[in-house]
Design a protein around this ligand. Structure first.
Ligand SMILES: C[S@@+](CC[C@H](N)C(=O)[O-])C[C@H]1O[C@@H](n2cnc3c(N)ncnc32)[C@H](O)[C@@H]1O
Length: 307
């Protein structure tokens, strides 16, 4: 929903935008054009800060105008949770807009070494956005017991057959042939998960989603970031988040509802048009929610009479 993002963000007349999930840079390129041209002396220079956890994304040389060559774009390697540090590095305390496009990019899906795609069975089951962080998914499976694995697949994948799958994963480990590749896990899921009625969901979809969420702490990062975002988004500023499954969407919805510093601008989540889904089938489950940071109410300390 790139044009919806541009619409909602531009309404805030932003000078500083954080694109927390840079990916292929599509949003950053569009958001850059929303910025004013001027470098008014007493205001911070117009800037999009692009962040991504994946070093291969940030080090690519096809970023807008080449790395370091566009004065309106700064890229940071790291989780969007560190947005306040990226802002401080650029000599600013607040952003006027914060954009999140959660999940993984098409480039990551196509990468033969990451294990994100079921169509590459020989790939190691890694599933990390940042290959330097924590454990790849196959090691996470090796270090956890059947119950923990089943609980994670159920909680983060909403997979009804989580116990069967976890049992098979642990059986393989006992037989000294632990799950190591995408193909190993897909084969287990095929045996444990009956085909869906319309055959529209691959039997491994939910399990892979669960493991990706676990190894990247995706929901924890989202929850913590949204809980503190009103501290560093300027009054009148916007937050726009695109989520791809119900667990993410629930976190976004509740974060906006539970903090009265946000005014919700999209009463219902926005969905991609039929045309966008035709062009990009992966967008079919996307939901966009937008909120505005309300102006601070100055009332002194609670219970204290006004001076
Ligand atoms: C769907 S893609 C974003 C696509 C991007 N909006 C574009 O227009 O090309 C999601 C990106 O978010 C990144 N990502 C996931 N979790 C992240 C996090 N906690 N912090 C920063 N980037 C993250 C992934 O590495 C991936 O590159």
């Amino acid at each position: 929903m790139p044009f919806e993002i541009v619409h909602w963000v531009s309404e805030a007349n932003p000078r500083t935008i954080v694109d927390g999930t840079y990916g292929g840079g599509g949003h950053t390129r569009l958001l850059r054009d929303v910025l004013p041209d001027d470098g008014a002396s007493n205001l911070p220079s117009p800037l999009v800060i692009g962040m991504d956890r994946d070093p291969s994304v940030i080090q690519r040389d096809d970023v807008p105008g080449g790395p370091g060559s566009d004065p309106k774009v700064e890229l940071f390697l790291g989780s969007y949770e560190k947005a306040p540090a990226a802002l401080a590095h650029c000599d600013r305390t607040h952003a006027d807009a914060f954009v999140l496009d959660l999940g993984l990019s098409s480039d990551q899906l196509a990468d033969r070494d990451r294990g994100f795609s079921f169509t590459l069975p020989d790939a190691e089951l890694d599933l990390r956005f940042d290959p330097e962080s924590d454990l790849p998914a196959h090691q996470w499976l090796a270090f956890h017991g059947e119950k923990e694995i089943a609980d994670a697949i159920y909680q983060f994948g909403e997979e009804r057959f989580s116990r069967r799958i976890a049992r098979q994963i642990c059986l393989r480990a006992k037989e000294r042939s632990p799950v190591k590749t995408v193909g190993d896990l897909v084969e287990i899921c095929r045996r444990c998960v009956p085909r869906s009625k319309n055959h529209d969901i691959h039997p491994a979809t939910r399990t892979f989603q669960a493991l990706r969420i676990v190894v990247n702490d995706e929901l924890g990062i989202l929850e913590r970031t949204l809980a503190s975002a009103a501290d560093w988004i300027a009054p009148g500023g916007r937050i726009a988040a695109i989520s791809f499954h119900s667990l993410e969407d629930r976190i976004v919805k509740n974060a906006f509802r539970n903090d009265d510093r946000w005014e919700i601008l999209t009463k219902k989540p926005l969905r991609p048009s039929e045309e966008e889904v035709r062009e990009n089938p992966r967008s079919r489950s996307a939901k966009l929610r937008v909120a505005m940071r309300k102006a601070d109410v100055s009332g002194g300390l609670p219970g204290r009479p006004p001076l």
